[in-house]
Design a binder for this molecule. Structure first.
Ligand code: XIL
Length: 377
């Protein structure tokens, strides 16, 4: 091995592992990369103590540096975080994440240019009066286009964008309505978002991202997403990939005390249809919600690792799966601590690392899935 190759091999071993704090072995990013997959995580810009605040925690930063080939701002690019009003853009928090990624030679992906759901629009936008008729339509379109253009131009390094997020209603599979779609039309609003993204980021991977899952109960959601993807293809809307959020373990009233009932066959049928239309796949927000599992830590960790391995094996079996993003890397910073807390009040164990920054069985499950995955280009 020449000097260059030796240095490259050494740099694939996480720094804390080299310092003896972690088991030696390649990082998740290196394991994924060997198979043509990019691995990374979401991260918040806030201070430790605020739930998504993790970038300012040095030990957390080290986990990200050690394991990740790509980072995504967890909230900082959403309209409600970025747009205090119709004119201003508050880039500072997202800029901090971008600077961190750049300093450590980690790629950046973007989430999201249009979370097309009134619940996640800023109040000023939900109350914005665009008026009616062609003038109202033109004004709504101008606002959407200028938002997307400005954000994309601010982050030319972002090469993978969740252009539209969660616009399918899981109850009936319909496209959600917002103040924008009420004047522009539902499909037209989404099409404009993707067309604008393509115009300003011609080389980026453009993604439709949603949480339809493999568990029972997601049937209408999956059907709605397929219909949406079909519509994009019919109209020539530039969409490259389906983002499968992969928040595993959704609560399932029919299977209490479990991580839900995976439907392997219908799930594969869903993925077959999406990939059959030419879409790539991304796992964009991986975590395991252990809300309904018994409190015992070993039981929870074993169950979490085993569902993670089964799920990732299935997903990585599709050569179209190109990126795998965890929605946070350390339990205490997981959004799931607040969202659906456990009845016994115990902290959740939803991510790959525990609160002492030690890898959990779920980290090893992800590593094993990458090791077993077929190579893709
Ligand atoms: C979540 C964040 O993790 C939380 O901090 C925030 O309060 C709400 O949003 N689907 C998505 C993500 O597309 O943007 C969500 O992130 C999690 C579910």
């Amino acid at each position: 091995m020449g000097l260059g190759a030796a240095a490259a091999a050494a740099s694939a071993v996480p720094a804390l592992a080299q310092a003896g704090e972690r088991p030696l072995g390649p990082s998740l990013s290196a394991l994924a990369k060997a198979k043509g997959v990019r691995f990374g995580s979401a991260v918040g810009a806030g201070k430790p103590g605020s739930l998504t605040g993790s970038l300012e925690d040095p030990r957390y930063r080290q986990v990200l540096i050690d394991e990740c080939g790509v980072l995504v701002p967890e909230n900082e690019l959403k309209w409600y975080a970025l747009r205090p009003d119709a004119k201003a853009f508050a880039f500072e928090r997202a800029d901090r994440i971008a600077a961190f990624a750049k300093a450590h030679d980690i790629a950046l992906r973007g989430h999201t240019l249009l979370w097309h759901h009134p619940k996640w629009f800023p109040a000023w936008l939900n109350h914005y009066d665009f008026g009616s008729g062609p003038a109202g339509k033109a004004e709504a379109q101008a606002m959407l286009v200028s938002h997307i253009a400005k954000v994309i131009k601010h982050y030319p390094q972002i090469d993978s964008w969740d252009v539209v997020n969660e616009t399918i209603d899981p109850q009936d599979g319909s496209i959600r309505r917002t103040v924008l779609s009420d004047v522009m039309g539902q499909e037209a609003t989404l099409d404009v978002a993707f067309q604008t993204a393509r115009a300003f980021a011609p080389k980026a991977r453009l993604v439709y991202n949603d949480y339809m899952g493999w568990e029972a109960g997601n049937e209408a959601h999956r059907a709605g997403v397929l219909k949406l993807l079909e519509g994009f293809r019919k109209r020539g809307t530039p969409v490259d990939a389906l983002g499968v959020q992969s928040h595993l373990g959704t609560e399932d009233p029919a299977a209490p005390g479990s991580l839900g009932r995976p439907q392997d066959k219908p799930w594969r049928a869903f993925l077959d249809e999406a990939t059959g239309m030419g879409y790539d796949l991304l796992i964009t927000e991986f975590d395991v919600n252990d809300r309904d599992l018994p409190g015992d830590v070993a039981t929870r960790d074993t169950a979490g690792a085993s569902v993670a391995k089964a799920y990732l094996d299935l997903m990585l079996d599709y050569r179209q799966t190109k990126e795998v993003l965890a929605w946070g890397m350390v339990d205490k910073y997981s959004w799931l601590q607040n969202f659906t807390p456990r009845k016994d009040g115990l902290p959740k164990r939803a991510t790959l690392y525990d609160d002492a920054y030690k890898p959990k069985p779920m980290r090893e499950a992800v590593a094993a899935a990458f090791r077993a995955a077929p190579v893709r280009t």
